[in-house]
Design a protein around this ligand. Structure first.
Ligand code: XMP
Length: 505
């Protein structure tokens, strides 16, 4: 295992991702728990992340000197480099010029730079820099504004870089990380989802024994993979409750049922459409819609859960980014409670199990494939919990939902046929509550305007509208108007986020 010690850098997750991409397992640990964790798990290597502080700040994160004396290779990045230098008695100073963006790096021969060019592009983002070398260290790289852009202590296997190898803009970033993890730390690249699947099934089996597990299955990627994994481990002792709120996309409810109904678990599909639509009738405010759906979901889940006697565990699809984002360590527990978010007080259970808690999203997808889930579930794009309720503007009726379902299906089908689904992160249709005049044959129409939305994003916090070829939009537009009734005008949303959001409500 490689341990990534988090000093509050914006790229902490990315570093862990990159290490996992090398098929090496790693975990992120907050700096103030790092030494204890190192002693506990004895990692083969340690990576210090960057961070926004200056080592001289009163409240800036520090690290015990002892960590450098354990004989474990360490790679310090950005703040991690400065902290290594500072802790080992060297000087860190504010640079005259802040260095941000792409910079040319000149290197000297070093194990960490094996196979990379003498002159290459790296990504810098720093104010402070290391000004003198700690004892026993050598300078191994420089840039125009940073005379000591990298340093090493070969004997102690300590390496440090002022730039960010985890960022794509660093030309040889992946090679540098590989040199550290595979060559210097001598890690075995054997972290694969195939191995994980087997281990995770055994772990669940060992933990749960012949206890009973309850899971709210939404049909999204995470809960589907959890369902498959646990059912493989304990079969009929897993009960999945799939609350079909009638706000899913076309065929989605049936697809979820088809994927799970014969899988050996106890699968319950609750058709709650009528109940949800009744409560949503006449509601136009998006936040009120969300609240009603959340409450109703809990109520249905609770009613069904109560019918199952003696539940021991509640399973959840929490994944690693949820845990890292909620602050790591003890906060993982807080997140569990938060995830349960008022979930069944009346359904008693001993403990929560989260078999995906150490996995990133694409690892979850890979695991799903490994466990034999169909592609349409594994590659599903994110879909909001409140479903189509927030894609039908204004008040919701079954008729409007059906119109939207058909139109959305055609749009998705055309994008997928054009092979654009791999590069577009989220794509869907929105039924506006705007009606306009149109003409069809010899008749005047007065029908709905449909909006198409497609965005590219990595984090869903910001997003760019997708530049879909006109021909694809044209095909989708023609088909929707011809094949779906009561839509006579189609617009394409060309706003990014910000200033817009991805969803319309
Ligand atoms: P926005 O519209 O805020 O969406 O740019 C960002 C991402 O979050 C999804 N989203 C939701 N997911 N419940 C959810 O589970 C919600 O109420 C909700 N609202 C938005 C949205 O689909 C996008 O992926």
């Amino acid at each position: 295992m490689i341990l990534v010690v988090d000093f509050g850098g914006q790229y902490n997750q990315l570093i862990a991702r990159r290490v996992r991409d090398l098929n090496v397992y790693c975990e992120v640990v907050p700096y103030n728990k790092a030494l204890a964790k190192v002693k506990e798990v004895k990692p083969k290597g340690i990576i210090f992340t960057g961070g926004p502080n200056s080592v001289y700040g009163d409240k800036s994160p520090k690290i015990e000197k002892e960590i450098f004396e354990l004989g474990i290779p360490i790679l310090g990045l950005c703040y991690g480099m400065q902290l290594m230098a500072y802790t080992l008695g060297a000087q860190v100073k504010e640079a005259k010029e802040r260095e941000f963006g792409k910079t040319q790096l000149k290197i000297k021969k070093s194990k960490i730079f094996k196979g990379i060019k003498d002159d290459s592009t790296v990504w810098m983002s720093h104010v402070d820099r290391v000004d003198s070398l700690p004892q026993g260290f050598e300078k191994i790289a420089s840039t125009q504004n940073c005379p000591i852009a990298a340093m090493e202590n070969k004997d102690l296997n300590l390496y440090a870089l002022q730039f960010h190898p985890e960022v794509n803009h660093t030309e040889y970033g992946k090679d540098i990380l590989k040199n550290f993890v595979i060559d210097i730390c001598a890690e075995n690249p054997n972290w694969t989802m195939k191995n994980y699947a087997q281990r995770a099934v055994e772990e669940v089996r060992a933990k749960v024994g012949d206890g009973k597990v309850l899971l709210a299955l939404s049909g999204g990627v995470d809960s589907s993979v959890v369902a498959k994994l646990i059912s493989r481990a304990i079969g009929p002792n897993l009960t999945c409750i799939f609350v079909d709120h009638g706000l899913m996309r076309k065929n989605e409810g049936d697809e979820v049922e088809a994927a799970f109904k014969d899988s050996g678990m106890h699968f319950i599909r609750i058709d709650a459409e009528e109940r949800f639509l009744k409560r949503l009738a006449g509601i136009t405010d998006p936040e009120t819609k969300r609240k009603i759906i959340g409450e109703e979901f809990i109520r249905v889940f609770e009613e069904e859960g109560k019918k199952i006697k003696a539940v021991d565990y509640l399973a959840q699809g929490t994944i690693y980014p949820d845990i890292i984002e909620s602050g790591l360590g003890d906060s993982a527990v807080i997140k569990s409670h938060h995830n349960v978010g008022g979930l069944p007080d009346t359904v008693d259970f001993k403990e929560i199990i989260e078999p995906l808690r150490m996995l990133f999203k694409d690892e979850v997808r890979e695991l799903g494939k490994e466990l034999g889930l169909p592609d349409y579930l594994v590659n599903r794009q994110p879909f909001p919990g409140p479903g189509l309720a927030i894609r039908v503007m204004g008040d919701i009726t079954k008729e409007k939902l059906d119109l939207l379902r058909d139109a959305d299906y055609i749009f998705r089908e055309e994008l997928e046929k054009a092979g654009l689904n791999k590069e577009i992160s989220q794509y869907f249709a929105v039924l506006t509550n705007n009606r306009t005049v149109g003409v069809m044959g010899d008749f005047r129409t007065y029908d709905y305007t449909l909006a198409l939305r497609a965005v590219k994003t990595t984090d869903f916090m910001t997003a760019d509208w997708a530049r879909i070829p006109y021909e694809v939009l044209d095909k989708a537009s023609n088909r929707i108007v011809n094949e779906v009734g009561h839509i006579n005008r189609i617009v394409y949303d060309i706003t990014s986020k910000p200033p817009a959001t991805i969803e319309w409500e």
